[in-house]
Design a protein around this ligand. Structure first.
Ligand code: TYM
Length: 353
C-alpha cells in the first residue's frame, strides 16, 4: 500500500496468542464457510493454544439491507450452527458483534486511520457493490475497517479465514502499522496472521468452477447448506458440473480442470486428508464412481451437524443466554484495550459502565 511506513513485527513475537474470527449472520452456512473457516475454528479451539473468540458479525451483515426479523433469526441460527459444528461456549467465547460496543468504537477510530486510497483497492467491495457503486452503503465501503476493529479490539494474533478474506487481513495489518506509527506506540496493535489452511480454502460453486461457493448465488444447487438433508446433499453432488475425463493420477492433472479440482478438494477437506492422497486413491476413476463416494462422505460428516443444529434451535432462550455471556467475556477483554487506544489518541475515557 502507498504512503505506508513499514514496520517489522510478527504478532506471535509481540503479543500472547489469541485467535479471532467472524462470520456474517446472513442466511445459512454453506460448505465453503464450513471447510474454509468454521472447521478450522473448531480445530484451533481444541488445540488449546490460547483464547479463541468467534463472532457473529451482525454489524457487517447490515451493510446490505437485511429484514430485521430475519436478521434476528439468522443470528440465533448461526450461533446454533457454530455449536453444532463443535464450537463450545465453555472453551471459546461465542458472541454477537453488536452486543460489544468496542467494535463500533474502534471502528470509528480506524476510519480516521485508514486511507480512502486503500479502501478503493478492496476487491470485495467492487464485487459486492457491482455496477451501481454510487448506491452502495457507506457501511459497505467501510466494511474492511470494521473488520480490522473486530480483530484488533482483542489484539488478536491469529485469524482463521477462507482465501477470499486475505486482502482484508492485509488491510488490517496496514491499519495496525499506521496506528502504531502515527501514535508512537510500536507493537501496541499486533500484526495478525491470517490462517488460510487446509484442502478447501476456496470452495467453488458446484455449478461453475470459476465462481466461489456463495450464499448470494441465485441457484441453491450451486452450494451445499449445512441445513440440507441427506437427499439434497446427494442430489447436489450428483448434479455437480464436471468434465467427461476420469480423475488423473496426480495433482498436476487437475490444473486445468476447476470443477474436478473443487470436488477433490472438498473430499480431501471432509476426509481430513490432502488432495494428493485423494487423487492417489481415485486415480483413473470416473465421476460416476467418485461422486457417490463423495456424497456418502458429505452426508456422513454433515448430517449430524444439521441434527445438532435443530436441537440447539429448539431452545432460543439458551442461545441468547450463551451470547449474553459471550458478549460479557468479550467486552472484558476489549474494554481495557479500547481505553488504552483512546488514551493514545488523546481522547478522554470516562464512560458509564
Ligand atoms: P463471510 O461471512 O462471508 O464468510 C465466513 C468465512 O467463510 C469463508 N468462506 C469461504 N471459504 C472457502 N470457500 C468459500 N467459498 C467461502 N465462502 C466464505 C470466509 O473466508 C470467511 O472466513 N468479512 C468476513 C467476516 C468478518 C471477519 C471479521 C472475519 C468480519 N470481521 C474479522 C475474520 C475476522 C466475511 O464476510 O465472512
Amino acid at each position: 500500500m502507498t504512503d505506508m511506513p513499514t514496520q517489522a513485527g510478527d504478532a506471535a513475537a509481540t503479543h500472547p496468542r489469541r485467535v479471532f474470527s467472524g462470520v456474517q449472520p446472513t442466511g445459512n452456512l454453506h460448505l465453503g464457510n464450513y471447510l474454509g473457516a468454521v472447521k478450522r475454528f473448531v480445530e484451533m479451539q481444541d488445540e488449546g493454544l490460547g483464547e479463541t473468540l468467534y463472532c457473529m458479525v451482525d454489524l457487517h451483515a447490515i451493510t446490505t439491507w437485511q429484514d430485521p426479523a430475519e436478521l434476528t433469526r439468522s443470528i440465533r441460527e448461526l450461533a446454533a450452527a457454530f455449536m453444532a459444528c463443535g464450537l463450545d461456549p465453555k472453551k471459546s467465547i461465542l458472541f454477537n458483534q453488536s452486543q460489544v460496543a468496542a467494535h463500533a468504537e474502534l471502528g470509528w477510530i480506524f476510519n480516521c486511520v485508514a486511507r480512502v486510497g486503500w479502501l478503493n483497492r478492496m476487491t470485495q467491495f467492487k464485487e459486492k457493490a457491482g455496477k451501481n457503486r454510487e448506491n452502495a452503503s457507506v457501511g459497505l465501503y467501510g466494511y474492511p475497517v470494521l473488520m480490522a476493529a473486530d480483530i484488533l479490539a482483542y489484539q488478536a494474533t491469529h485469524v482463521p479465514v477462507g482465501e477470499d478474506q486475505k486482502q482484508h487481513l492485509e488491510l488490517t495489518r496496514d491499519i495496525a502499522t499506521k496506528f502504531n506509527n502515527d501514535f508512537g506506540c510500536p507493537d501496541f496493535f499486533p500484526l495478525p496472521e491470517p490462517i488460510i489452511e487446509g484442502a478447501a480454502t476456496r470452495v467453488m460453486s458446484l455449478r461453475d468452477g470459476s465462481k466461489k461457493m456463495s450464499k448470494s448465488d441465485a441457484s441453491d444447487m450451486s452450494r451445499i447448506n449445512l441445513t440440507d438433508d441427506s437427499d439434497a446433499i446427494a442430489q447436489k453432488i450428483r448434479k455437480a458440473r464436471t468434465d467427461p475425463d476420469p480423475l488423473p493420477g496426480s495433482l498436476e492433472g487437475l490444473a486445468e480442470r476447476p470443477e474436478a479440482r473443487n470436488l477433490v478438494g472438498i473430499y480431501a477437506a471432509l476426509a481430513d486428508t490432502t488432495a494428493e492422497a485423494v487423487v492417489a486413491e481415485y486415480a483413473g476413476a470416473q465421476f460416476g464412481a467418485f461422486k457417490p463416494a463423495l456424497a456418502d462422505l458429505a452426508v456422513e460428516k454433515l448430517s449430524p451437524i444439521a441434527g445438532r443444529m435443530r436441537e440447539f434451535l429448539a431452545d432460543p432462550a439458551e442461545i441468547d443466554r450463551i451470547l449474553g455471556d459471550g458478549a460479557e467475556r468479550a467486552a472484558a477483554i476489549a474494554n481495557p484495550i479500547i481505553d488504552a487506544t483512546y488514551d493514545k489518541v488523546g481522547l478522554l475515557r470516562s464512560r458509564p459502565r
